[in-house]
Design a protein. Sequence first.
Length: 512
Amino acid sequence: MLNKHIPIIDIFAGPGGLGEGFSSFEDGKGQKSFKIKLSVEKDEHAHKTLELRAFFRQFAKGNAPREYYDYLQGKISRADLFGQYPEEALHAKNEAWLAELGMEGRDIVKERIEKSLSGAKTWVLIGGPPCQAYSLVGRSRMIGEDKGKYEKDPRHFLYREYLQILADHRPTVFVMENVKGLLSAKLNQQSTFKKILADLQNPSLAMSGTTQGKNLSYKLFSISRRGSGNLFNEPDPGDFVVRSEEYGIPQARHRIIILGIRSDVYVSDPDLLQITQKVSIENVLDDLPRLRSGLSKESDTAEEWCQAIQAITNTNWLTSLSPDLRKAMVSSAKLIDSSLTRGASFMAAKVKPSSHEHWYVDKSLKGVCNHESRSHIREDLHRYFFASAYAQIKGKSPTLKEFPKELLPDHDNVNEAIRNSLFNDRFRVQVSGRPSTTVVSHISKDGHYYIHYDPSQCRSLTVREAARLQTFPDNYFFEGNRTQQYHQVGNAVPPLLAVKIAKIVFNLLNNP
């Protein structure tokens, strides 16, 4: 082993999904192999989440203080928690840095990283630049608004902050993550991804524009499949796509992950992720407390919520449905239960998911956090109820053309969506029996793409349910209001996938 703990610098960290995976990885002897030395994040709420998790990691596995759980249960304040453990709190504050790369001076960033590494020669850089400018939806929206603005968007160039750290600090290995849409992104008619690959291979040359530092180079690898490359040994861009559902993550999340090894320490190609049995959404959600949604823009009680949904059985459009679907909706309406609550920031409960129980559950927590339902207008509740009942019968989420006309939103673009099949799945059920669709930051806007598969709950997913799909442990608490929590979860790398990546990196660094 090169070091007792291999240092990690995590940039563009979000709420810490990649870092959580690396810091959780244990070698064959049950010893932690990596240690986060610095996490850099610009969003204040994600930073608070990072800082709290950094505090939690100051304690040995299974030895977090009772006060940590008191805080998650809402019994004490964050100030009280940190005040009782000032040394651990100080370490956490030093580890989680609220800073915006690209805005902080290069010298400040360089000094902070050097101080965090304390002279370590073998270490790992992880993270990825913000990806909104690369996502297909984001790109379409931005180009539609102003093509010139899109071309100049600073998020195209934030990867150069990653390059600068590579050039300045020469990490032994790096792991860079980004959205799949990057593969088709172009800037000034040139492939953005191919440009990024070329720059990552020679970061000093890319940053200086000269041959100075040309001895620094990296070999780039896919961790999902062994690429064939070509005569010039250039990797195929598609090789870098990692399909999370193939590796035991209960979510069909497809992301680009690039693993780079500094050329002067390269010994052998890295291992590949091992394909495992797929995990379905209900395998990680069915054990959570059942909730009802809220009624928006009208009085909201459990009884009124029940009546609002059961009113469906008296609608004219119900009779127009196929017999099997009509029967399913009537049966589900009878299961609507006025005893359900809307959840809470903390709910006492006994939880036991059928998949990854050891990873999710912390018995000291004695419940779940961040498990509160949203409110929806009555019309959307009817759409959610129809959609989830439809999915139960048909095994898929309905498109707009499969909704009764009376349920369609009164929007100008609905007919166009039906005709052109563009965004015609704007009410999307997360279908049981399969992994969920990708959890993205848009979940913070509304719940239309994240309808629960159980019609009798008639709601969108909670923050904790989204976090379960992202494989965050139940004792991972998200700070901020609910919208900010959703945003953090949607932007994260699944920690359980990151554990598997950490194993690949560990094996590389301990190659005899």
